[in-house]
Write a protein that binds this ligand. Structure first.
Ligand code: FES
Ligand code: FE2
Length: 397
């Protein structure tokens, strides 16, 4: 799909090393094109298998106009079904999450089985093709418990992403983890302002004093390199091999992924109010190495893993000027709140960080809506953002 003229004009106006020009946030043609080129083509993390642990468990998730039901079937398979009735198009499932044996359309009462097949259609003639009117299914993959969907008929290649996730999330035991808390932050901002904010840590020091006291990512490169080398030595001493990969390119039609590790400050064990452990150790970690693994995947999925808990960060456009940021917290599958971890302490850091992010993202959205906004130069510490922008611009070109 070639870029429409409005998008092509913006691409021509965009300068390397500079923030995006206003139209990338404000032009409805860009939003429509973003949906087509990014969200309907790329792999998106929708959550974790523990959210649909039993047959009949389901949740829904929405990207722009597209809502998907993630459901575990009687056969144990997790499927992604488009939430559009095959009769006259009503939204079939109106719940955010739950447990069911059938999905019943609220309009005329057609019902669908957990695998999407049409179960009943009231008063339809005998010759009506029931088999041809199941809910449409899109691609859905589970990798170490993390769930990914893809709307495209022929998705971009995902094999190298899966291999990396097996090595990275596998080390942290994500397949045996469970989601214990979710938080959604509605943002009055174009989705790119939210993702751009996520991928750079130039803002960490002024905006996130709590995060910055624990994580060394906000340090300039030479200082963090030294801290990272010490962290890697501790990881090796634990006998843990965490696969990492810097592969942020779609040149070969592959999904983009960057999986990297970085250090916490000396003595900090995990992301918690005082850096002390918050939950039982996970996977191959028999101790704390003072590091964290960060995964950036495709347009809007981010996974964070400490030795004792994980966080899934997802961004979902709702319209040109609105999006949702969702966080899911994971702990070891057998850990119980109150006994093995304190929910407040577990979720504190990324809640407080996300509340601050919501404020700064919405401040930025108000600023870039101004006709007087002019893109300024990116700082060296925004190299990750530059990489993301380069990728984004190539994807929509
Ligand atoms: S639109 Fe769903 S049964 Fe009619
Ligand atoms: Fe932030």
């Amino acid at each position: 799909m070639p870029a429409p003229p409005e998008v092509a004009a913006l691409l021509a106006a965009q300068q390397k090393g500079m923030a995006l020009v206003r139209g990338f946030y404000a032009d409805p043609a860009v939003y429509a094109h973003d949906m087509e080129r990014l969200f309907l083509r790329h792999w998106l993390c929708v959550g974790h298998a523990s959210q649909v642990a039993k047959a009949g468990d389901f949740f829904t998730t929405t990207y722009g106009e597209e809502t998907v039901i993630i459901v575990r079937g009687k056969d144990g398979v997790i499927r992604a079904l488009l939430n559009v009735c095959r009769h006259r198009g009503a939204e079939v499932c109106t719940a955010k999450a739950g447990h069911t044996t059938l999905f019943a359309c609220p309009y005329h009462g057609w019902t669908y089985a957990l695998d999407g097949s049409l179960d009943s259609a009231r008063h339809m003639p005998a010759e009506f093709d029931r088999a041809g009117h199941g809910l449409r299914q899109i691609h859905c993959r589970e990798v170490e418990g993390a769930l990914f969907i893809n709307f495209a008929a022929e998705p971009v290649a995902f094999g190298h992403v899966e291999a990396t996730l097996h090595g990275a999330l596998g080390a942290y035991g994500w397949a045996d983890a469970k989601v214990v808390h979710a938080e959604t932050y509605p943002l009055d901002a174009n989705w790119k302002l939210a993702v751009e904010n996520y991928v750079e840590c130039y803002h960490c020091s002024p905006s996130h004093p709590e995060y910055s006291k624990l994580h060394a990512l906000e340090q300039p490169a030479p200082r963090i390199a030294k801290l990272n080398a010490a962290m890697e030595a501790r990881t090796r001493a634990l006998g843990v091999e965490v696969a990492t990969l810097t592969h942020w390119s779609s040149a070969k039609g592959e999904e983009a992924i960057d999986c990297f590790r970085y250090a916490l400050y000396d003595g900090v064990q995990t992301g918690s109010p005082d850096g002390s452990p918050v939950a039982p150790l996970m996977g191959k970690f028999t101790g704390y190495d003072g590091g964290v693994t960060s995964i950036h995947l495709g347009p809007a999925s981010f996974l964070v893993s400490y030795p004792d808990h994980g966080v899934i960060y997802r961004f979902m456009p709702r319209g040109l000027d609105t999006c949702d940021m969702e966080l899911l917290w994971l702990v070891r599958g057998d850990a119980e709140a109150g006994r093995d971890f304190d929910m407040e302490k577990l979720t504190w850091l990324w809640r407080i960080t996300s509340e601050a992010d919501k404020r700064i993202i919405e401040h930025t959205a108000r600023g870039v809506r101004s006709r007087f906004y002019e893109p300024g130069p990116l700082a060296p510490m925004e190299a990750n953002e530059q990489r993301y922008l380069d990728w984004y611009l190539a994807e929509i070109a």
